[in-house]
Design a protein around this ligand. Sequence first.
Ligand code: UDX
Length: 441
Amino acid sequence: MRMSVIGCGYLGAVHAASMAKLGHEVVGVDVDTAKVEALASGRAPFYEPGLPELLGETSATGRLRFTTDLAEVAGSRVHFVCVGTPQKRGEFGADMVFVDAAFDALLPFVQPGDVVVGKSTVPVGTAERLAERLAPTGATLVWNPEFLREGFAVQDTLHPDRLVYGLPTGDNAVPTEAGEAAKAVLDEVYATPLAEGAPLVVTDYATAQLVKVAANSFLATKISFINAMAELCEATGADVTRLADAIGYDDRIGRRFLNAGLGFGGGCLPKDIRAFMARAGELGVDQALSFLREVDSINMRRRVRMVDLAREVCDGSIVGRRVAVLGAAFKPDSDDVRDSPALSVAAQMQLQGAYVTVTDPQAVENARAKWPDLKFAESALEAAQDADVVLLATEWREFRELDPEVLGEVVAGRRILDGRNVLDPVRWRAAGWTYRALGRP
Ligand code: UDX
């Protein structure tokens, strides 16, 4: 099937390549010339495991191309809208300029019977508004949120754990005829192997839009819950990692997303919970989500606590102390530095008078662009040269596997802060390190 993907960021680029892998003929469109040039020559414009291989394989088939010219979407039967919805400057709400601009540009090329598929994360109510604008074209809007995680984007797109279709519904809440027809088109798009084994939830627009923000709010809440427990552990001498193991054995709770540490960052969870709170306020139900404000503050408190911990291990002051920060990306296997806890702690320590050097296997370039005042190094050993304190802030495998003896050779003082609770305290202490972590004795 011929289809277009508007917006080629983490979501769109992976989606476009995945659709071509399924055998479709895909054109990806983005306003960013550099991004389009990279993708068109088979290169991934950001670090995402498996994407270069997927792009290489699908570009070679001739079924996948990228362009900045939106007119090239003409002739596509399905149009995926995958543009970003960042947090507005100075407020909590999501900025819809990219979604609206994509829609404006797309409308003249849409034909009767086409299906426009919204995949961006949007404030509930957006789909209804866009569907009204689309109505005169005779095309149908389906809201089909995407749940991919960075670092696992290819796997999550090709093997989703569920599919959600939000369809236009009539007065009795059943899909309209046009909705059923659009569903059949999308079923064909996602036909095996993508949809194999993935439960399909068919619902209305509002539910489909809410599913995405509800899922991300739940995940953020789970992380902040365990980080709140970490605060209790710190006050009592308990160990949050053992606590998480023990409560996680209960199937109803589950161990995943109970890793205490520096908390969540990235381009999704922080801005999604904030946009959700803002939307709830507009809908007059802000009380329903007031707990998310607490989820947000627990999360931000971890960053402050880490700076305090650095001060504690440096006998009360980090002024003039050398700190090596291992990690710049908001999570491992990504070069994304948006709202990265690692960088926000690094910047805060620098502001408070420490000499900070940051390293990351993939994210240094992005980090330097956003934080030009920070100093960067090529490796953990280089960053840790003469350091008084080493902070593990992003749990890349190469940092998790660091040898305390080897690292101990280059530092000025053997002090390690484990911001992700991934190191073995016994091993590090046996090598003469002062080991401190969030939520561990
Ligand atoms: C998230 C959702 O998981 C995904 O479904 C959605 O589509 C987009 O948002 P992503 O932002 O890629 O994906 O990262 P995720 O793996 O969810 O991690 C988010 C943040 O939480 C990271 O900063 C991570 O370090 C942190 N985290 C995660 C924890 O602090 N503890 C945990 O136990 C898990």
